[in-house]
Write a new protein. Sequence first.
Length: 335
Amino acid sequence: MHSITKNIGSSYSEPKFDADQKIEIRSVLIIRPNHRLGNQLLLTPIVQEVINSFPDCDIDLFVKGGVVYPVFENYKQVKKIIQLPKKPFNHLFKYVKCWVSIKRKHYDMVINGDKNSSSGRLLTQISNATYKVFGDVDEAVRKKYSDYEHISKYPVYNLRHYLTKIGYNENESEVPLLNIFLSDSEISEGEKLLQNITRNSKKTICIYTNATGDKCYSEAWWDNFYQRLKDEYANDYNIIEMLPIENISKINFKAPNFYSKDIREMAAIIKNTSIFIAADNGVMHLASASLTPTVGFFSVTNEKIYEPYGNGSLALNTNKTHIDDWLLAIHNILR
């Protein structure tokens, strides 16, 4: 499918515009048909960029079934979420209806949030929009930004580059962080929940030991890391574990732990911790979106594409570094 669709949009040319008259963008469609929590959180920077660029616009999101509603719950400009079923052949009518809806409604601009998505390119092509951002790699932009590869950042850089072509000034500000915009009340409730776990006034380190597939480290690996973390910080910090939806622990529940299926509640608890440590997974991105310093362990995926960023967050490639390097990195964040 990628081979078939890779050239879609190559013949598209931007509409003519009057240099003396600023183009008004009032309605925007952002397409990112992926159901995983991490990918939907990674969409938040481009949504924020659109809001920053067009403060009065309304935004529709075209996504695949998942947890998208809680992620964008506090985004007031997001007016509609068009949600593809995760299994299209089981819900064929709904699937076709979602695609048709893209053609029926006119948008000022449509943005494909993933340059490697075949369906995203097709949807951008068929959409009824005046301006279309297909997400193609622009070599000039790639060379300008050393972090262009990041899956959250390149859509922002591409949009900024596109806007200069239709009369907007170049935006040189920092790329928005992942953010689910926790409310003050959510953060306060998270503090209470954390206090119920720790029952003391010490600051807290939170770990998450699960991940999918090859990204998941073994019990022996996590047990060794947990013991070193305890030796280094147990006197000054609480060390707690957030449990995954499967309610399992790679350290065999040795640390105080908590379990929740509510991603906003999970983020609110993380927000009240000093640091969050995990392998590359969706909950790592959730921690980053709670604006908590996040350390991500990488062994099979490319950290340049998926690393947490902002708030002192960083990625550690465990194939190229040692446990002493990890503890030093954690020490630098905490101290």
